[in-house]
Design a protein around this ligand. Structure first.
Ligand code: ATP
Ligand code: MG
Length: 579
């Protein structure tokens, strides 16, 4: 047998190699399947480590709700995922079939996802908190052949909709409620794995073959299914090096739910591809639990989201400082704008800045970031990663786009196509996919501005822009000013139709704990915003809200605030977080 290829060494200081970077060079940091049989995500994430010097290293440290932990080594993760791959084969499931998971943040998810990728199935992790209808819609859209879930989730969410899903041939359940036994018409996960072989040779995998189907967050409309291929792992691996500062031997914690793309790209694939130890926290969000976890597990790199940071800020920096984070080296955030106050709070609470980065389900990996070794600009998303060409563009009359060279001007954020984790299609919607491109440019649907040093600043989503008295107003700018007021915890801004000025800016504000809403505070906030933004851009109206409606990935749903304000139908709310 031909020996496996030795991956090229990753530069000790990636920063110095930025200029030389190419995606081909990053491909060389991975191993590829033995005997030149292609590239498979699961081989890079687990098998190559299970067969190498790190076989005994902890791949997953699963922290149960009660705080106790269970470790799984690379060798064990390799064997278990191989058992699942064999079990799929035994069920007659073929390469290209769609496997869904409906599981919380548990190690079983990693086993199922990697096993299904080994078998060359297309995998979709769903949010375990979805109700029956969102689950049914996505399983039907994705033509699910196999679903892995728990007996409790099955009874609550799937049993009643099973008839609607004729293509769903196999439901495999992890029994978490022994009293009720195995639900009818399901297979037992434990038994299936126990009877399958722990050895599995991954078949030839074309790097361009489909691997992952992720639904977008549904912030601006019905969630779209974005398809990604196996070579996406090149981007997961390389971007994590630059934007998350992953280093050999690190303990890494990504707090994102596996039901959205961050939980897969950076909660599973990227850190495992680097052979690191990944924290899997089975508990719900709880600031005190998180501080304790960061300290006890000696987390080196922590990847989280603005919504979690804002929740932690509620408790004050002193609560965070009650712990010691001796190992913590790097903190990053994604999903929404990270306001400068949050970056400052990171310094106060942890002595480290929080590095904002930007990407989308469609891009599959981080595209713009305040990278390791680069000065953080609070409020900015950072600069394009090595291998990524970004631009602020203007749409031309002929349907094309032209980059705006001059810094400081707003336009649509576009990326030059060709990075490995770029989505290859929207499920069942070729026309929509085609509309995302103009020549070589992928149009992101977000508006941004670039400063003279090449840092990008988020302006707003194209759908959320407000046209008021001839001005185009980005909600982010207005929200940022409101957030700078000491009483404000969160803010969301919408345009409300107005006969005189087209749209009037209206803000919804959630206050910090212990601060009461009052007419006086409302007037104060209106004045505060007007002084800083000017009368044309400042909100005309401010309403206090207990909480702002969010997607399950933590994004504020402005379209819902607007629909409610105008008494219009709420549209697709399948991804709305239960209040
Ligand atoms: P949908 O496309 O269904 O409306 P969504 O765009 O929220 O949902 P995701 O792909 O999960 O779904 O989110 C990507 C979007 O999140 C980006 O297009 C951007 O608007 C926002 N976003 C992500 N990171 C940042 C960031 N660092 N700063 C500002 N916005 C961000
Ligand atoms: Mg989107």
């Amino acid at each position: 047998m031909e020996p496996v290829r030795t991956p090229a060494p990753i530069p000790a200081d990636p920063g110095t190699d930025r200029a030389r970077f190419s995606w081909d060079m990053a491909r060389g940091w991975l191993q590829g399947l033995p005997r030149g049989r292609g590239l498979n995500i699961a081989h890079e994430a687990v098998d190559r480590h299970a067969a190498g010097p790190h076989a005994g290293r902890t791949a997953l440290r699963c922290i149960r709700k009660d705080g106790t932990a269970q470790d799984l080594s690379y060798a064990e993760l390799g064997a278990r995922s191989s058992r699942f791959a064999n079990a799929l084969g035994g069920l007659g499931v073929a390469a290209g079939d769609h496997v869904f998971t409906l599981l919380g943040r548990v190690g079983t998810l990693h086993v199922a996802l990697l096993g299904a990728l080994k078998h060359r199935c297309v995998v979709t992790p769903l949010f375990s908190a979805f109700g029956p209808q969102p689950v049914a819609t996505r399983l039907a859209l994705g033509n699910a052949r196999v679903l892995v879930t728990t007996s409790t989730l099955y009874r609550r969410k799937v049993e009643g909709i099973r008839q609607q899903l004729p293509a769903l041939a196999h439901v495999i359940v992890v029994q978490d409620d022994e009293r009720d036994g195995l639900p009818t018409a399901t297979l037992d996960w434990q038994a299936l794995l126990a009877s399958a072989s722990p050895a599995y040779e991954i078949g030839p995998t074309d790097p361009q073959s489909p691997a992952l189907l992720h639904f977008t967050s549904g912030t601006t409309g019905a969630p779209k299914g974005a398809l990604h291929v196996h070579e996406a792992v090149v981007a997961h691996h390389a971007t994590a090096l630059y934007a998350l500062d992953l280093r050999d031997g690190d303990v890494f914690w990504c707090t994102a739910d596996p039901g959205w793309v961050t939980g897969t790209s950076y909660g599973i694939i990227a850190p495992l591809s680097h052979g690191l130890t990944v924290i899997v926290d089975e508990g719900e969000f709880d600031a005190l639990r998180w501080y304790a976890t960061l300290e006890r597990e000696r987390v080196n790199v922590w990847y989280t989201a603005p919504t979690a940071v804002r929740m932690m800020m509620k408790g004050g920096a002193a609560t965070a400082r009650a712990h010691r984070y001796a190992a913590l080296r790097f903190i990053a955030s994604v999903g929404e704008p990270l306001h400068p106050q949050a970056v400052a709070w990171g310094m106060e609470a942890f002595g480290l800045p929080i590095h904002d980065n930007w990407w989308q389900t469609e891009t599959g990996g981080i595209m713009i970031a305040n990278c390791a070794g680069m000065a953080v600009r609070p409020g900015s998303m950072g600069r394009p990663l090595p291998g990524v060409t970004a631009a602020v563009v203007r749409r031309e009359a002929d349907g094309g786009v032209a980059p705006i060279e001059e810094p400081g001007l707003d336009g649509e954020l576009a990326l030059k196509r060709g990075w490995p984790s770029m989505f290859r299609g929207y499920l069942n919607d070729e026309a929509r996919y085609a509309r995302c491109f103009a020549g070589d440019w992928y149009l992101t649907g977000d508006l941004a501005r670039r400063d003279a040093d090449g840092y990008y600043w988020f302006v707003g989503r194209a759908d959320d822009m407000i046209k008021s008295a001839g001005h185009l107003i980005g909600p982010y700018e207005v929200e940022s000013v409101l957030m700078a007021h000491p009483a404000v915890l969160e803010a969301a801004v919408i345009g409300k139709p107005d006969p005189l000025i087209g749209e009037a800016v209206k803000a919804f504000v959630a206050l910090k704990p212990g601060i009461a809403a009052s007419d006086a505070l409302q007037r104060e906030l209106l004045g505060f915003a007007r002084t800083r933004l000017g009368a044309a851009v400042a909100p005309k109206e401010i309403a206090f809200a207990e909480a702002l409606p969010k997607t399950r990935s933590g994004k504020i749903m402005r379209r819902l605030l607007k629909a409610r304000e105008l008494g219009l139908p709420e549209g697709d709310t399948s991804a709305l977080e239960a209040a």
